[in-house]
Design a protein around this ligand. Structure first.
Ligand code: BES
Ligand code: MN
Ligand code: ZN
Length: 493
């Protein structure tokens, strides 16, 4: 979709389709009321006849509406009350996008920025609208090329220059986030026979061509020299060589310490010798969604030209059973020097992330955030709406929570109390890689925290939020690109 902002009057020419939102209320308020008056009550009549009630996700099309200079009037419901919240507003925007596509309209004038949304100014409304509309019409592409389907041009109508400036800012940011989300979704949706660690590494080179991002790829022998014994133990059981992908976006002053984003890039997780059950195992191609969100966040930051230094680190590998693969009981030595007893080879994410976290130290980061589809336990705890978040610094945790609330890409904090650490005790190494069935998302966080002692660190477990399983909806969501983008925007200040 292509978005623009224009200053207009409801009585001026609207083109093929004019779009408004309406509340499920007795009286038509705000813009809906204004439009209704122009049409001489045509809209009110549809309410009275019961053709349209303004319910959530409900739409109404009036062809050649009297008194309006357009071919169609599309009305979308916001649901009850005279003010909507961000979630319902986004739902209405998504409904509009899908409807425009099914109506095969090429361009539309959307008046929804005039409606009240709780806690949202004009810029935030525009950003949410642009993100929700684009999200609703995402299409997977096997070769990374755009589909034949024509782009819909959406003009966001506002009433004055001031509103237009504010909305324009929101559209810019929303479009930047969309570029990141689309990249992340598409990378994640690719099958694992295409999207290998080598393929991901090539994506980094692609970003370098398009944006001021420098990328560097470490191969297995270079990682071996660095002592990344934990990471390399995971890739040993795979024919695909592991890669450590490092990307640097330098929008800030040279002296500014970078924000480091670390993303789990398991391009396929069969579990290794601790083999996963067959059902839904295909979904483990999504085990690189943390990596995808790092690519996405860097893309969004570069699109916005943020005055910030950002480093993306993606450890990437497969996890497969093989004669060379990790065996339960094996002990490996991480880059930090700490030894790890591998009690379950399926807890491999933390094994590759710990060496990437140690590697992050050299950038003297102002903060490190790792993003990973780390535990099924997190899905059990929080389901598919909130990502799990843990941190060793409450100020950083609060910043992440705030970014999540603003972007509606929300997290819920889990405790990283000392009490949980002993679940990782091992008789044969400094720590075990699993902490038993209790509090699995937290003990995974505890494991990582042991490699994040020298910086402010946050960990986001996106196992429940990064993709939707089964049915028509199946596919990557692009989370947590919106959260990370908001976090980075706020870090500039
Ligand atoms: N990639 C999985 C986590 C996962 C599971 C994400 C299901 C999304 C849906 C991770 O590598 C894993 O297998 N974790 C194990 C850890 C356990 C062995 C301690 C898990 O959650 O079962
Ligand atoms: Mn696993
Ligand atoms: Zn995994």
């Amino acid at each position: 979709m292509k978005f623009s902002v224009k200053v207009a009057k409801t009585s001026s020419k609207q083109g093929p389709c004019c779009v408004i939102g309406a509340f499920q209320a007795e009286d038509l308020t705000g813009l809906a009321g204004e439009i209704d008056a122009l049409t001489g009550g045509a809209l009110k009549k549809r309410f009275e006849c019961g053709d349209f009630e303004g319910e959530k996700e409900e739409t109404l099309v009036i062809f050649d509406p009297p008194g309006l200079n357009c071919d169609r009037l599309l009305v979308v419901g916001y649901g009850k009350s005279d003010q909507t919240d961000t979630m319902r507003y986004r739902t209405a925007c998504a409904t509009v996008a899908k409807k425009l596509r099914s109506m095969k309209v090429r361009s539309a004038t959307v008046w929804m920025l005039g409606d009240e949304v709780a806690n949202c100014d004009m810029g935030a409304k525009a950003k949410h609208l642009v993100e929700a509309m684009e999200d609703a019409v995402y299409e997977y592409s096997h070769d990374g090329k755009k589909t034949k389907r024509r782009d819909i041009s959406v003009a966001l109508a506002v009433k004055n220059k001031q509103e237009a400036d504010n909305a324009g800012e929101g559209v810019k940011r929303g479009s930047a986030v969309n570029a990141g989300v689309n990249l992340a979704r598409n990378l994640a949706d690719l099958p694992a026979n295409i999207c290998t660690p080598t393929y991901l590494a090539r994506q980094a080179t692609g970003l370098q061509k398009k944006y001021p991002i420098k990328s560097r790829i470490l191969n297995e022998s270079e990682m071996k020299k660095l002592g990344m014994g934990s990471l390399l133990s995971v890739s040993r059981g795979s024919r695909q060589p592991a890669k450590l992908i490092i990307m640097e976006y330098s929008g800030g002053k040279k002296s500014q310490r970078p924000v480091v984003l670390v993303g789990k890039g398991l391009t396929f997780d069969a579990g290794g010798i601790s083999l996963k059950p067959a059902a839904k195992m295909d979904e483990m191609k999504y085990d690189m969604c943390g990596a995808a969100s790092v690519f996405g966040a860097l893309t969004a930051a570069a699109e916005m030209k943020l005055a910030l230094n950002i480093v993306g680190i993606v450890p990437s590998s497969e996890n497969l059973p093989d004669g060379e693969a990790n065996k339960p009981g094996d002990v490996v030595t991480s880059m930090s020097g700490k030894t790890i007893e591998i009690l379950n080879t399926d807890a491999e994410g933390r094994l590759i992330l710990c060496d990437a976290l140690t590697y992050a130290e050299r950038f003297k980061p102002q903060a490190v955030i790792d993003i990973a589809t780390l535990t099924g336990a997190c899905v059990v705890a929080l389901g598919h709406h909130a990502s799990g978040m843990m941190s060793n610094d409450q100020d950083l945790a609060d910043e992440i929570i705030d970014a999540g609330n603003k972007s509606l890409d929300r997290v819920w904090q889990l405790p990283l109390w000392e009490d949980y650490q002993s679940q990782l005790d091992s008789n044969f190494a400094d720590m075990a890689n699993i902490g038993g069935p209790a509090a699995g998302a937290i003990t995974a966080g505890c494991f990582l925290s042991r490699f994040a002692g020298s910086f402010k660190w946050g960990h986001i477990d996106i196992a429940g939020t990064a993709w939707r399983s089964g049915g028509k909806e199946k596919g990557a969501t692009g989370r947590v690109v919106p959260l990370l983008s908001q976090f980075l925007i706020d870090r500039v200040k």
